[in-house]
Design a protein around this ligand. Structure first.
Ligand SMILES: C[S@@+](CC[C@H](N)C(=O)[O-])C[C@H]1O[C@@H](n2cnc3c(N)ncnc32)[C@H](O)[C@@H]1O
Length: 332
């Protein structure tokens, strides 16, 4: 994805904040624990031939969903795994793993796939799950080919332009846009806070009597709440809108025990998490590949000297389209 609008440091910071929440992967709404079903079986097949002499590189690893699967499968005879990500990463789950896994796994945060800090021909398997398509592939694919050892394998799971994940990301991108727009719901929520803070004291209530600005802020906020409710009735993914209304009610209820400044800080933190989510949705939509783009991706690997490049769609057990599986290998 070479035409991402936000600068790299903004993307890095947004993803870093996301992974610091201790989520295992970027689809917590779709998979409660780690990826399961057809996706897990796919990776188990990819990992099956590995032994302790292998060296694995996972690109765009996030909080290490793939390394965790690998650990579970090969706990006794782990290959060394290097897992890189643009974001700052330090997965908490690693501390609960057996010593063999902890010693084998090496996470490298703040590392981009476009400039890999590894020697040529270092890895016998390179993986990426919804990771490498987020990068500038004109620069990251040559890096991948460079650090892959002769006879080494490449196994990628890429976003699909027609998957349910992409569909949801498009809608969530639209909805976060509504919430964050100038004079949108969050602006109106912030604007009503000082007025409602006044309403917590008899003195303040007296000052609110007939105050046109206060009345206007309250009307705008109430209208915003109603608009969200109406939007939620027609949106295929209304959860975010329901969450927004609930968040607003709870944030305003805090005014009974907290100063307005603390409540505003709380709302601003939520704004940041919404902005981060919006950035992630935009990235997903921009990097998801249609059939022609998947073919172009495969051709690019072929042009870099990889052989046996294949790609096909993969669906979850419930039939939901999940992405493209792309496999390739370097000649021996
Ligand atoms: C959708 S997440 C996937 C995480 C993980 N592989 C998973 O399956 O849950 C995409 C990840 O790619 C990372 N990323 C984006 N651009 C990158 C780059 N140029 N180099 C390395 N990582 C990058 C992001 O920071 C993010 O953690």
């Amino acid at each position: 994805m070479s035409d991402i609008a936000p600068p790299l440091d903004q993307r890095r910071d947004a993803w870093s904040r996301y992974w610091q929440q201790d989520v295992l992967h970027s689809l917590p709404g779709s998979f409660a624990g780690n990826y399961d079903g057809a996706i897990e079986r796919h990776w188990q097949q990819v990992f099956a031939p590995l032994g302790p002499k292998d060296r694995v590189l996972d690109l765009g690893t996030g909080n290490g969903a793939l390394p965790q699967l690998l650990c579970g499968q090969h706990a006794g005879a782990m290959p060394r795994v290097d897992a890189i990500d643009l974001a700052a990463i330090a997965p908490d789950w690693l501390q609960q793993q057996p010593q063999a896994c902890r010693e084998a796994l090496h996470f490298h945060g703040g590392t981009t796939a476009e400039a890999l800090p590894f020697e040529d021909a270092s890895f016998t398997l390179i993986t990426s799950q919804y990771g490498i398509e987020y990068c500038d592939t004109q620069r990251s694919l040559p890096e991948l080919a460079r650090v892959l050892a002769p006879a080494g394998r490449v196994a990628l799971l890429l976003h699909h332009a027609e998957s349910r994940l992409t569909e949801v990301a498009h809608e969530e991108h639209r909805l976060t846009g509504l919430l964050l727009a100038p004079d949108g719901f969050l602006d109106r929520l912030q604007q009503i806070v000082p007025w409602l803070a006044l309403a917590t004291t008899p003195d303040g209530r007296a000052r609110l009597q007939g105050n046109a600005d206060a009345n206007q802020a309250r009307a705008a906020f109430n209208q915003g709440m109603q608009a969200l409710q109406a939007e939620a009735k027609t949106s295929p993914v209304p959860d975010l809108l329901d969450d927004a209304r609930q968040f607003a009610s709870q944030a305003l209820a805090r005014l009974s025990g907290q100063p307005a400044s603390d409540v505003l800080t709380h709302i601003r933190a939520w704004r940041t998490s919404l902005e981060d989510a919006r950035l992630r949705y935009a990235e997903l939509c921009a990097c998801a590949l249609d059939a022609d783009q998947a073919a172009g991706f495969a051709q690019a690997l072929d042009a870099l000297g990889l052989r046996g490049v294949t790609f096909h769609p993969i669906a979850h057990d419930n039939g939901m389209l999940m992405g493209w599986v792309l496999n390739a290998a370097k000649p021996a």
